[in-house]
Structure formats: structure tokens, C-alpha cells
Design a protein around this ligand. Structure first.
Ligand code: HEM
Length: 499
């Protein structure tokens, strides 16, 4: 007797979702926009609908341009849409230990559980003292060297996460751990952004010897491999040393992680240690660059929207008063500051296409066939710039989240989308660092606004330099560099900064 169709075969007769017409062999390789692809994909939605299909060589790709399908696939059908494509380039670069690229399965789940244990909603509250201290340190650095604000943001965040995760106290300037991590992250970003397409869709390229002309991607990958390993293992080793030396009252996450398996031995110990190293390495990698990018956007918004700055400072004056800095306990009374944080997560979307989720099996959705192995991207930028949901989406307007002086629950909270798809922690890929990121964004926004004015930088003639908001076309996006002037608001503010 003929066997009934398996789930895998059942939908093969259905059409693929619409999309640009592919060429033979290369598919839609030449349709991929090199600049701000998420903006282009949102335009494609007008032509093809919310679910757009393309193929790069043999790799099927779907872009979801609205929230409904994201929830339906990444949340309701999480077991089928929580796998990842581990690309050749990532393996060549030595980042295959990274939790972001681990395939769906028991090993990923063990990483995720361990991460969640130390970064869940409740756990992150215990990091408030360190986050408060880091925010104050940032104020002092901005006061002394305001023009170097981008560097200070990066350095202070890296310093804080190194201390929190590994218990490592870094030097005030040019710390070797921070330098190693910066090299590793910069090289990996370059690899993801430049090399990934070539090597992944022309796999034979990986066999090209590194010395050959045109094999620059491979030399870069080899360099990156060393940096990625240095970042993960050397930092872990330093943690072991500093865990003995430090007199900090807080137990670093990596030490807590290693206590979980200290009773084991042999292969079981080695396996748990690998997971702990990966989780710590990922907390470090994820915690340095992401919220920093959001804070850069925040500073740019304050330059461009002085009325927002003024209204926020008025709220802080009313709720916090002049004699102290804002604190986490003020948060429920700081409606406008909370609205600014939400608008920062929406306005210049920092992970505009999320990270691709790979379909583990053939599927059907909306009458279309989704082949096994398809990489599905959520167009976070499109969802957060939908004018029906957020009128005048290019405008930075915290007011859009407020009604009757309260946060309006009817307006979609951007964090529901900006941190990726799916709610259930052990089933879905949603960012496990989101609670941590949310706390650090709030405390830094509130403290900076309380003590500083942020205005346009002046040119040699004393005229304000106009800046245009513009994001880089990278997977983890940043605002393009811009100048600004950061000055203490008053003598009292100055004493709060230095106090
Ligand atoms: C503004 C800040 C941040 C944004 C916008 C952001 C966004 C994202 C997104 C979109 C994903 C992919 C979700 C998906 O696949 O659907 C992700 C994954 C991840 N993020 Fe974040 N993130 C931020 C901060 C952080 C921080 C501070 C950490 C660490 C402390 C972190 C650690 C991670 C990890 C480990 C993953 C991989 C999860 C997995 O694949 O299972 N992120 N993040």
C-alpha cells in the first residue's frame, strides 16, 4: 500500500510565496540590495505582499514584512522555525560556538537555559548596583571628554559587562581584554557583512588556499578565528585568576556558571565547561555593542529634537529633583523617559532584519509552500516603521506612546519586535539579553538627560553642524558617525556628575 504523505511532502504542490523573478543558477543574487536592504524589502511588500520569497543560488529565503506572520511562525510554530543556518563563513571565522548560530536542539536549549538563569527578568534586577555605577562612570567620562562620546559608550559598556560576567576589572584606558573583544567583534562583523554571501552560496570557495589572489575573505576569516578564540578562552582564563584575586562583593556570572558543574568530572565536566564558556562569551559579545548602538541613536535624537530633550528634563526635574541622580526606583514615575526608551528601540532599528530562522521541515503558510531549509527573516524595520501603526515613522516622537499622561497600551511596544521572534524562552529565539538591555538603556538615558544638554556640534565659524539620521547597512546596524556637543546643564549638575 502507498504510504500517506509525510508532513514534509504534503505541501509541495502549493505555490511558493511571490517575490522577484530569479535568474537561472544565481537566483535572486543580484536583487539583494547592497544599501539598507530592509527598506527595499518593505517596498517589495507593496508589490508582492507581506511574505516575500527569493532564492540565492540554492538557498531559499523568505522575508516577513508584518507582525502577524512573525507571531504565527516564530512563536506559534516555534519548533519548526527556531533552527539556524550555520554558514561556512561563520565556521571559518571560528564563531560556530556562538549561541546565535547553534541549531535548534538539546545543546542550544542547554545554552539558552543557562543564559536565562542569569539574565531573566528577576535575575537582572540584582545587577542594578553595577549598572548604576557604570552609568555614573559614563557621565564622568562624557564630562571630561565629551567629543569622544562614541568611544566612551563602547568602552564603558564593555568594561561593565566584563566586570559583571567575568569579574575582570579593566584598566581606565586601552585595556587588553577590551581590545581583544573589539578586534574579535569587528572582524566577525566584517566577515558576516562582506564574506558571508560569497562563501555560503559558493561553498567551493572555502577550499581556495588563503594565499591565492582574491582569497582575502579567507585570510580575514583565519585572523578572525584567532581573535574569536582569544576573546572566549583568554577572557575565561583571566576570570579564573581574577575570581581568586577580586574583592568585589558581587559574584560574576561566569563564576556562578562554573559552580553549576564543579561536582562533575571527566567528559561531563568538560562539556558543561564548554557551555559555560560559550554562554559567558555570548553575554560579553551580545552585551557590548547592541545597547551601545541604541544609545548612539538616542544622542542623535536629542540633537535633532530639542523639544523632546526639554520635556524629558522637565519630567526629571519634577520627579527626581536637582539634588540627586535618577535611579531605577524612579522608573514607574518617569513616563516620558520610558517613552523615549521605547522610541529609541523603534526609530533607528539596530537589528533591522533580526537573525534568520531556518525552517526545519517543509511547511504551509497562507496557502504557500515553505521548503525545509528556508531562512526566514523578520523585517523588524518594516514593522516598526509601518505608518498605520506609527504615524510619521521617520520622526522621533516619544509622544506616540503616551495617552492621558500614561503609556498607551494600545500602541505596539517596539521591544515586542526589536528583540526578535517568539515568547517562550526555551522554545524560541527571542533575545535572552533583552531585560538586561532594557535596564541599562533606561538608567543611562535618565542619567544623561538629568545632567547634560545635548546640542548640535559647531563648525569653525560657530554655526551648528546639521546631522542627518542614517543607519549603516550592516546586520547589527549603527547610526553613521555624527558630532554633537555635550555640556553639563548647571553647576549643580556638574557636582552630581563628579560627586
Ligand atoms: C538593544 C539591544 C539588543 C537588541 C536590539 C537585540 C536583538 C536581538 C535579536 C533580534 C536577536 C535574534 C532573535 C531571533 O532570532 O529572533 C538576539 C539574539 C540574541 N541576543 Fe540580543 N539584542 C540586544 C541586546 C542583547 C544583550 C545586552 C545581550 C547579552 C547580555 C544579548 C544576547 C543575545 C543572545 C545570546 C542571542 C542569541 C539567542 C539565540 O539564538 O537563542 N542581546 N538579540
Amino acid at each position: 500500500r502507498k504510504r500517506p504523505h509525510s508532513r514534509s511532502d504534503a505541501h509541495k504542490h502549493l505555490p511558493l510565496p511571490p517575490g522577484p523573478t530569479p535568474l537561472p543558477v544565481v537566483g535572486n543574487f543580484f536583487d539583494i540590495p547592497s544599501k539598507l536592504p530592509w527598506v527595499e524589502y518593505a517596498k517589495w511588500a507593496e508589490k508582492y505582499g507581506d511574505i516575500v520569497y527569493m532564492r540565492i543560488f540554492d538557498q531559499p529565503i523568505i522575508v516577513l514584512n508584518s507582525l502577524g506572520p512573525v507571531v504565527d511562525l516564530f512563536e506559534k510554530r516555534a519548533p519548526n522555525y527556531s533552527d539556524r543556518l550555520l554558514t561556512e563563513m561563520v565556521t571559518l571565522m571560528g564563531w560556530d560556538w556562538n549561541m546565535v548560530v547553534l541549531g535548534y536542539g538539546p545543546l542550544w536549549r542547554r545554552h539558552r537555559r543557562a543564559f536565562h538563569q542569569y539574565f531573566n527578568r528577576m535575575a537582572v534586577n540584582t545587577y542594578e548596583p553595577q549598572l548604576r555605577e557604570a552609568a555614573r562612570k559614563l557621565l564622568r567620562r562624557l564630562y571630561h571628554e565629551p567629543k569622544a562620546f562614541a568611544h566612551h559608550l563602547e568602552y564603558t559598556f564593555a568594561e561593565n559587562i566584563l566586570s559583571l560576567v567575568y569579574g575582570i576589572q579593566v584598566t581606565e584606558k586601552e585595556d587588553p581584554h577590551i581590545a581583544a573583544a573589539e578586534r574579535a567583534l569587528a572582524a566577525s562583523a566584517a566577515g558576516f557583512n562582506l564574506g558571508a554571501w560569497w562563501v555560503d552560496f559558493m561553498p567551493f570557495l572555502k577550499y581556495v588556499p588563503s594565499w591565492m589572489l582574491g582569497a582575502g575573505f579567507k585570510r580575514m576569516a583565519v585572523g578572525c578565528r584567532a581573535d574569536a578564540a582569544a576573546m572566549k578562552y583568554d577572557t575565561w582564563k583571566s576570570m579564573r585568576v581574577s575570581a581568586v584575586q577580586t574583592d568585589s562583593p558581587y559574584t560574576p556570572v561566569a563564576v556562578k556558571l562554573s559552580e553549576r558543574y564543579s561536582h562533575l568530572d571527566g567528559e561531563a565536566y568538560a562539556e558543561e565547561e564548554r557551555i559555560a564558556q560559550n554562554v559567558a562569551g555570548m553575554a560579553y559579545a551580545g552585551g557590548t555593542d547592541t545597547t551601545v548602538s541604541t544609545l548612539q541613536s538616542f544622542l542623535q535624537a536629542m540633537v535633532l529634537y530639542p523639544n523632546v530633550l526639554k520635556r524629558a528634563q522637565d519630567e526629571l526635574a519634577r520627579v527626581v529633583g536637582p539634588s540627586r541622580l535618577p535611579d531605577f526606583s524612579d522608573r514607574p514615575s518617569l513616563t516620558y523617559i520610558n517613552a523615549i526608551c521605547k522610541e529609541c528601540m523603534r526609530w533607528q532599528t539596530i537589528v533591522p532584519l533580526g537573525f534568520g530562522h531556518r525552517a526545519a521541515a517543509n511547511d504551509e503558510y497562507g496557502g504557500f509552500f515553505i521548503p525545509k531549509g528556508t531562512v526566514v527573516w523578520q523585517n523588524t524595520w518594516a514593522i516598526l516603521h509601518d505608518p498605520k501603526r506609527y504615524p510619521n515613522p521617520q520622526t522621533f516622537s516619544p509622544e506616540r506612546f503616551i495617552k492621558d499622561d500614561k503609556l498607551n497600551p494600545d500602541v505596539l511596544d517596539p521591544t515586542v519586535v526589536a528583540f526578535g521572534g517568539g515568547r517562550r524562552v526555551e522554545m524560541c529565539r527571542i533575545c535572552p539579553g533583552r531585560f538586561f538591555s532594557d535596564l541599562s538603556l533606561f538608567i543611562n538615558v535618565a542619567c544623561i538627560l538629568h545632567v547634560f544638554d545635548i546640542t548640535p556640534a559647531l563648525d569653525a565659524q560657530g554655526n551648528p553642524i546639521k546631522t542627518q539620521p542614517h543607519m549603516e547597512s550592516t546586520a547589527l546596524s549603527h547610526p553613521s558617525p555624527f558630532p554633537c556637543t555635550i555640556t553639563p546643564r548647571s553647576n549643580i549638575a556638574e557636582s552630581l556628575i563628579l560627586g
